[in-house]
Design a protein around this ligand. Structure first.
Ligand SMILES: [Zn+2]
Ligand SMILES: [Zn+2]
Length: 253
C-alpha cells in the first residue's frame, strides 16, 4: 500500500494541514485537508472515506469535498464509520445549518454522500482492502482503523489518549507493518493532553510498550506551534523506531 500524506498536523497554517491520508489514490483515511491538497479531478476519484471521529479537523474536508464532487460523479462517495460517529456528523455538520445535508442532496435517492455504518472489530471488505475498526479513547466516539492489503496491514489509531483494545488487536496481527499514531502536545502540557484525550511523547512511550517494538511508528497530529519541542521530546522515545510524518510524502507499507 502507498500512503500519501495530504495533511498530518493537529492544526492548520501554511505548510501544516489537518489529517488526511490517501491510500493507493482510492481510499481516504480522514478528510481534514482533502480539498486543500487534491485537485478537483483527484477529489472526484475518491470512492471510499474512512472517518475516525467527528472532530472538525478530521471532517471539514468531507463537507467541502461533497460540494466539489457534486455533479462530477455517477455514484455517491461512501463514508464509513461507527453508527455513533456518523450520527455526530449528521447532527452537527450535515444538519442543514452548519452545512447542507449531502446525504440527501441532490436527491435522497441519488445523494452525493452515503453513510455506511460499520461494526466494531469485525473485518469488512472495501475492494482489495480488509478493514477493521477498533475503538480508542478520545473525548468523542472514535475508532482506529486497521487497513490490510496483500498481507500487509497498517494501523491508523486516529486521535486517542492512553488506550488498550487497539493495541491488543495490534499485538494479535502478524501482518501489521506500520502504525500511524499521535503525539499532540509536548510533555509540559500533560494535563491538557489528559483532559482532551491526546498523547504526549511521555504517554506515547508508555503506549508503545503495548506493541511489538520492531514495528515502525509514524507520528501525526502534532500541534504546529509545538513541533520543535515535540520533535526533541520524541527523540527520548527510544523503545520503537519512530519518525514524524511529513506532508506531501508517500510511505510504502
Ligand atoms: Zn479529535
Ligand atoms: Zn484531531
Amino acid at each position: 500500500m502507498r500512503i500519501r500524506v495530504l495533511g498530518c498536523f493537529g492544526g492548520e497554517a501554511p505548510g501544516f494541514h489537518h489529517p488526511s491520508f490517501l491510500i493507493d489514490e482510492e481510499l481516504l483515511l480522514d478528510a481534514g485537508s482533502v480539498t486543500s491538497s487534491l485537485s478537483l479531478e483527484e477529489q472526484a476519484r475518491i470512492d471510499h472515506i474512512l472517518v475516525t471521529h467527528a472532530h472538525i479537523n478530521h471532517t471539514a474536508g468531507l463537507a467541502f469535498l461533497a460540494d466539489n464532487v457534486f455533479g462530477c460523479r455517477e455514484k455517491p462517495v461512501l463514508v464509513y464509520s461507527l453508527q455513533e460517529v456518523l450520527k455526530d456528523l449528521k447532527d452537527h455538520l450535515f444538519n442543514d445549518i452548519l452545512w447542507p445535508d449531502f446525504t440527501r442532496l441532490p436527491s435522497p435517492s441519488s445523494p452525493t454522500l452515503e453513510f455506511m455504518a460499520i461494526p466494531e472489530r469485525v473485518p469488512f471488505r472495501i475492494g482489495d482492502y480488509t478493514i477493521r475498526a477498533v475503538r480508542v479513547d478520545h473525548v468523542v466516539e472514535a475508532v482506529g482503523f486497521f487497513v490490510e492489503r496483500d498481507g500487509n496491514a497498517l494501523l491508523y489509531t486516529g486521535d486517542t489518549g492512553p488506550t488498550d483494545e487497539v493495541w491488543r488487536v495490534a499485538r494479535s496481527m502478524q501482518s501489521l507493518k506500520a502504525i500511524i499514531t499521535e503525539s499532540s502536545f509536548p510533555n509540559r502540557y500533560k494535563a491538557v493532553a489528559n483532559a482532551s484525550k491526546h498523547l504526549t511523547p511521555d504517554s506515547l512511550r508508555e503506549e508503545l510498550k503495548k506493541v511489538d517494538p520492531r514495528i515502525p511508528i509514524y507520528i501525526y497530529h502534532v500541534k504546529p506551534q509545538f513541533l520543535k519541542e515535540i520533535a526533541e521530546e520524541l527523540q527520548q522515545v527510544t523503545n520503537s523506531p519512530i519518525q514524524l510524518m511529513e506532508e506531501g510524502r508517500s510511505y510504502q507499507v
